[in-house]
Write a protein that binds this ligand. Sequence first.
Ligand SMILES: Cc1cc2nc3c(=O)[nH]c(=O)nc-3n(C[C@H](O)[C@H](O)[C@H](O)COP(=O)(O)O)c2cc1C
Length: 200
Amino acid sequence: MRVLVAYATRHGATAGIAERVAAALTTAGLSAEARPVEDVKDLGPYDAVVVGGAAYMFHWLKPAVSFARRHRKRLAARPVWLFSSGPLGTDLVDKHRKNVLETSRPKEFDELTKLLHPRGEQVFFGAYDPGAPPVGLGERFVQHLPAVRAALPAGDFRDWPAIDAWAAQIAAELGAGQPRGPRHDPFAAGVAAPGTSRRA
Ligand SMILES: Cc1cc2nc3c(=O)[nH]c(=O)nc-3n(C[C@H](O)[C@H](O)[C@H](O)COP(=O)(O)O)c2cc1C
């Protein structure tokens, strides 16, 4: 089974998460590759797709949104998962006692859920180096607002265990590591009659 992990990134953090998910899926026995959404023209060769993007100003990066909309028919016809790379820092709860992974859900996820019927979605902590050169005029502007600088602490925290656990769930749903075919199934092989316990 071939799995594509397509991602949109501005500063590289989301690329790192996508590579990690693809590596975990590969370790689980699937054939997985991480590629920037801009490089993916055809979903034909893939049996399942994970789409990831960074969140900026409450929105999923445009190339990720465009990719999801453009390929909606093919995506909806396959097992698909969405992830966003977003909140900075390590605290799960903000000063309003809200779960930051929930409040950082990109605005487009409601629309994309209706379009693609993903099997799952996940927001992961992001990473950002405030010393990195700003990308685009918009970022150049907001990056220097005192309120934004205060809200964007330096850090490269990524919740690798959560990322690995999510990838493991996907692998399990895709049947990775499961024995295939009737020869491995005691019911199909007539070893146990349907309706009886496998332990019996
Ligand atoms: C100007 C700016 C705005 C951001 N806005 C958000 C946001 O609205 N929600 C969020 O969860 N993260 C926000 N972030 C954090 C990024 O999503 C995070 O750094 C992400 O991991 C970056 O991924 P990338 O390196 O792949 O672009 C913002 C970061 C910057 C620099």
